[in-house]
Design a protein around this ligand. Structure first.
Ligand code: FAD
Length: 307
């Protein structure tokens, strides 16, 4: 059995693997796609000490560092189920989609999350070419430009307020007939000079030319009239979904599906820890996922020396 088995190989899982392996114990990582969301990132400019890199380079460096510690990397392996240890200090089982079962004294869950897509023509085509999901990450790329935010919930309105301070003009597109964000955010939004809100507006297409976004089409749901706005960026803010469906009923999840962790990365299941975007820890970012991963590994080690 592994001393520490990590499920998920993004920044959280890789950091956990390095921290655990440096204790001289047996560490494995099972990951559907090593590198996680960083594989899909164009420019990373907010990781301390790294002025600028791109996602694939970052992901390759994560893997090389993890391998250098002799960690057993099982890439392209999806976990379908976990079975907690029957008694304190026993082994937890992780059942893979390929039918295999891995056993470990401790397990760290770091399966990350995925942005919900609006699924309109142009979204996939112009991803990273004007279509963005993370204002903290990509906001500065649109400095001085016009952008839209799709989604009028808390994350959409937070994004619009944030972006209004960075870009030239922000148009908010909300499907429902009113914004669903907290009143204090909506009030703040309406106080800004460079924001327009369209409610009852259904995004129908993200348009582009020469390989980048040049506009957004939406239908006014009250009149049926279709409009086109010229702009250079679209931030899709209709939800971040944690990859935790396979844990339901076994590990405590929040109402958003995030694994509930304490400040040391413990879940409610003894010997099972969690880190990164799949947890209740706020602000989903690489530096945060990596630091949570290292914390979870130290907590797992602490668990091992007590059992
Ligand atoms: P993830 O990176 O999501 O990794 C999850 C891992 O778990 C993957 O290996 C995945 O394959 C695996 N997995 C999932 N389910 C299972 C399963 N059932 N079994 C086995 N493995 C599983 N953050 C920044 O700080 N700066 C940026 O510039 C930035 N830009 C971004 C741009 C884009 C387009 C996106 C999508 C995100 C960006 N982020 C950025 C956010 C950042 O990528 C995430 O916060 C970070 O990757 C989270 O790390 P994680 O390890 O928690 O999860």
């Amino acid at each position: 059995p592994y001393d520490v088995l990590i499920v998920g190989g993004g920044p959280a899982g890789a950091a956990a693997a390095v921290y655990a392996a440096r204790k001289g114990i047996r560490v494995g990582v099972a990951a559907e796609r090593f590198g996680g969301q960083t594989n899909d990132t164009m420019a990373i400019e907010n990781y301390p000490s790294v002025q600028e890199t791109d996602g694939p380079k970052f992901a390759a460096a994560l893997e090389a560092q993890t391998r250098s510690y002799g960690v057993d990397i099982m890439n392209l392996q999806r976990a379908d189920k976990i079975v907690p240890a029957a008694e304190a200090g026993g082994l937890t089982e992780v059942v893979l989609a390929n039918g295999g079962t891995l056993k470990a004294k401790t397990v760290i869950l770091s399966t990350g999350a995925r942005w919900r897509n609006v699924n309109v023509p142009g979204e996939a085509e112009y991803k990273n070419k004007g279509v963005a999901y993370c204002p903290h990450c990509d906001g500065p790329l649109f400095k001085g430009k016009d952008v839209a935010v799709i989604g009028g919930g808390n994350s959409g309105i937070e994004a619009a307020i944030d972006l209004a301070g960075v870009v030239k003009y922000v148009t908010v597109i909300e499907f429902a007939d009113q914004l669903k964000a907290d009143a204090v955010l909506v009030k703040k939004l309406h106080s800004l000079p460079n924001v327009t809100v369209h409610t009852n507006a259904q995004t129908t297409e993200i348009t582009g030319a020469d390989g980048k976004v040049n506009g957004l089409k939406y239908k006014d749901r009250a009149t049926g009239v279709e409009h086109h706005i010229a702009l250079e960026g679209v931030f899709v803010q209709i939800g971040l979904v944690p990859n935790t469906e396979f844990l339901k009923g076994v590990v405590d999840l929040s109402k958003f599906g995030e694994i509930v962790v304490d400040s040391r990365g413990h879940t409610n299941v003894p010997g099972v820890f969690a880190a990164g975007d799949c947890t209740t820890v706020p602000y989903k970012q690489i530096v945060i996922a990596a630091s949570e991963g290292s914390k979870a590994a130290l907590s797992a080690f602490d668990h091992l020396i007590r059992h």
